[in-house]
Design a binder for this molecule. Structure first.
Ligand SMILES: [Zn+2]
Length: 393
């Protein structure tokens, strides 16, 4: 197996699967996550911190294959040359012995860490892949509309999509029926309805997950009146802004505040729901053994895990063939007979198991799960109890 060198701002599912399946028997797979803050001082601090972290990792490799120190040398050179990396995280997975070097510049909040072991540390990446949401920010007043996408803390403007289509529709519309342009109010209504149609269209094409509206207060009733029920359902919030003048950074700040507030409330709700449901033997599971059992039975809808590293992690074993999980040491899989792999931190095994299984992963930033394992899940159904209302929930 040889993964070619890349420098990407996105990790495809295929690459994730390949990285997840990678195994270094000699324990020399190196994973580095490094986030650099925009200010120069923080950058220097981060760089020192990163180098220390990588040195620690280097310490665990002493006396082994020289290719590994070549990896670390290359990581050091890459990190030194980052110069802020445009606010993106530098993520590197390397194993010189197996000629693997994967380098990404990713949007998102990964923190800083460097680890060496038999497998790559993928939990932060997998969690973002299966839990990260894309927010469409629509700004509108009576004449203008702007579309922006907020994803993993990065904002990008997509207003040109709207402008191109709008040009076409207006031209055809004008040729067919000039009377549509007659009244200003009709025009405004049409303008908002045009925006709403496009928002719905992009939503149906899975271009984004949730919606945030920016407008002046007096415009809101007219805009709201044109929103399809599905758009109202995914509407996270609204903020006050002058659509024509607002800079992307200001829009991002306002939208992110709405997202953060909603995330805090949602986390608390998810934790309360899963804890309550687990206690009542309903649609919730609590603790590593129960969550693993639920994963194996295909019951899990949402996996909840703390964002920070748990102090005393529990190990887990994962079958490299069928994804079977165990909490106790096992050499071969009880289901298919293939070899089991030990992951020192259970989340690495569990998150690998969720890959490609349509399970949502939520890393909890604020809300806390009860010890000892600090892991929980919300279930779609419970296989053994056949809860009839489960599918409808
Ligand atoms: Zn198996």
């Amino acid at each position: 197996m040889a993964i070619v060198a890349t420098d990407n701002s996105r990790v495809s599912v295929e690459e994730l699967k390949e990285l997840a399946g990678f195994w270094a028997e000699k324990g020399d797979a190196l994973s580095v996550y490094l986030q650099v803050k925009p200010s120069q001082l923080s950058y220097k601090e981060e760089l020192i911190f990163a180098k220390e972290k990588i040195q620690e990792a280097l310490g665990t490799l002493k006396g082994k294959n020289p290719a590994e120190s070549a990896d670390i040398q290359r990581v050091m050179e890459t990190v030194t040359g980052m110069k802020g990396n445009e606010g993106r995280a530098k993520v590197i997975f390397a194993c010189g012995r197996q000629k693997v070097w994967h380098e990404y510049n990713l949007p998102g909040d990964f923190g800083a860490r460097a680890e060496v072991g038999p497998a790559f540390t993928l939990a932060p990446l997998l969690a973002q892949h299966q839990g990260g949401r894309r927010y469409c920010i629509a700004l509108a007043d009576r004449n203008r509309a702007r579309l922006l996408l907020l994803e993993a803390g990065q904002i990008s403007e997509h207003s040109q999509i709207l402008d191109e289509d709008k040009e076409k529709i207006r031209t055809t519309g004008a040729r067919k029926s000039a009377h549509l342009e007659r009244k200003k109010d009709e025009q405004v209504k049409k303008h908002y309805s045009f925006l709403a149609e496009h928002l719905l269209h992009f939503r149906e094409h899975k271009d984004y997950d949730e919606l945030i509206i920016g407008c002046r207060d007096e415009m809101w009733p007219e805009i709201e009146a044109e929103l399809h029920p599905e758009l109202k359902r995914i509407l996270v919030g609204r903020f006050l802004v002058d659509p024509g003048l607002a800079a992307a950074e200001l829009i991002k700040e306002k939208a992110q505040a709405i997202v953060d507030q909603r995330d805090r409330e949602e986390e608390a709700r998810l934790v309360e729901k899963s804890v309550g449901a687990a206690a009542a033997k309903g649609l919730g599971a609590m603790g590593l053994t129960a969550v693993m059992g639920a994963l194996e039975k295909g019951e899990v809808r949402t996996l909840l895990w703390p964002k920070r590293n748990v102090k005393s992690p529990h190990a887990a074993w994962l079958c490299r063939n069928c994804g079977h999980l165990e909490t106790a040491e096992a050499d071969t899989c009880a289901l298919c007979g293939w070899g089991m792999r030990r992951f020192a931190r259970a989340e690495e095994a569990l998150l690998r198991h969720t890959l490609g299984r349509g399970i949502e992963v939520r890393l909890l930033r604020c809300a806390k799960l009860p010890p000892p394992n600090e892991v929980a899940a919300l279930l779609r159904f419970r296989a053994e109890t056949h809860v009839p209302q489960a599918l409808a929930s």
